[in-house]
Design a protein around this ligand. Structure first.
Ligand SMILES: NC(=O)c1ccc[n+]([C@@H]2O[C@H](COP(=O)([O-])OP(=O)(O)OC[C@H]3O[C@@H](n4cnc5c(N)ncnc54)[C@H](OP(=O)(O)O)[C@@H]3O)[C@@H](O)[C@H]2O)c1
Length: 281
């Protein structure tokens, strides 16, 4: 499966996209090639943030999608960036977004997120998001690392149809959001974007159940993990890779159709556990 509707935004977005956290530490040429490869083969949901490499990663993404060699790539990208919560006053959000646009060498973001919540009033950030939307600098906005109470508060402030997505930690070893976050988002037309779907850099471990299912499907274990995490209709995943070969591997996750037995086996091997509050990396 390639794409599905992104919450109530009314646009189709690829189920598997590409994250960019820590790309400033990767080989720059390889990272740019990986992003371009991702866009070429349909992993067009590119996630970044002003925080990543203190803006360096946005500059890298900008080069990848708007360089002279790739003038029209930007139009195919569903580009997401995030405001740091310490910048998320009304004026600070507008300024941060404009700086992100400059680094990304574009005139608009598809979605702009509040990276996580700190002490600043949500209403102020959301008012800035609405101004940016009216100015055409962002197409939509959303949140990240919001638990059900935060989501309720946000929803009370803006109502239905405004919060495009909630980007949250979700991987096989951390399925807590299945209890209360995914259902809340499904009910309110908010897309769930699973970050760190492999548990983050260096966390991936070999697992017999995944190996068995992968070999039955002629797939790789990471593809099976992504297929499992995106099995529900409002969930998307943004694995990070700065390696074009790995990007090809991620893209093929779209072709893995898990059976009910596969899903049951994975649920047993990686138990959900009780609700423990919203986890972060
Ligand atoms: N909103 C938030 O607060 C938040 C927090 C964390 C992350 N995020 C977003 O989510 C994205 C993904 O999370 P993440 O970066 O923490 O980690 P991740 O996607 O769980 O794992 C990334 C690691 O997996 C490796 N990898 C990926 N595909 C592979 C493949 N096919 N074969 C072998 N290795 C592979 C990558 O190495 P290579 O690069 O060598 O392929 C990298 O070391 C981030 O980049 C960021 O955009 C958001």
């Amino acid at each position: 499966m390639d794409g599905r509707l992104f919450g109530s935004l009314g646009v189709e977005v690829p189920v598997v996209g590409l994250g960019t956290w820590n790309m400033e530490d990767d080989d720059r040429r390889a990272a740019i090639d990986a992003i371009r490869r991702a866009v070429d083969i349909g992993l067009t949901h590119i996630d970044t943030a002003e925080l990543y490499g203190s803006g360096e990663v946005e500059s890298l993404v900008g080069e990848a999608i708007t360089g002279r060699a790739t003038p029209r790539v930007r139009d195919r990208v569903f580009l997401v960036s995030k405001v740091h919560p310490r910048n998320a006053t009304y004026a600070g959000t507008i300024k941060a977004c404009e700086a992100s646009l400059r680094r990304l060498r574009t005139d608009r973001l598809d979605v702009y997120l509040l990276h996580w919540r700190e002490d600043l009033p949500l209403g102020e950030t959301f008012r800035a998001f609405e101004t940016l939307r009216e100015q055409g600098k962002i197409r939509a906005w959303g949140v990240s690392n919001f638990d059900p109470d935060d989501l309720e508060e946000a929803h009370r402030l803006v109502g239905d149809g405004k919060i495009a997505c909630n980007q949250v930690l979700y991987h096989l070893g951390e399925r807590t959001i299945e209890h209360r976050v995914i259902p809340w988002c499904a009910e309110h037309g908010v897309a769930v974007v699973a970050y760190s779907p492999f548990g983050g850099t260096g966390a991936w471990r070999k697992h017999k159940t995944l190996d068995e299912i992968a070999s039955r499907h002629g797939a790789t274990p990471r593809q099976v993990a992504l297929a499992f995490l995106t099995r529900l209709p409002n969930v998307f995943a943004i694995p990070k890779s700065a390696n074009a070969r790995h990007v090809d591997d991620l893209a093929a996750a779209r072709d893995v159709a898990l059976t009910d037995d596969d899903v049951a086996a994975i649920e047993k091997a990686f138990p959900r556990g009780p609700w423990r509050g919203l986890p972060t990396l």
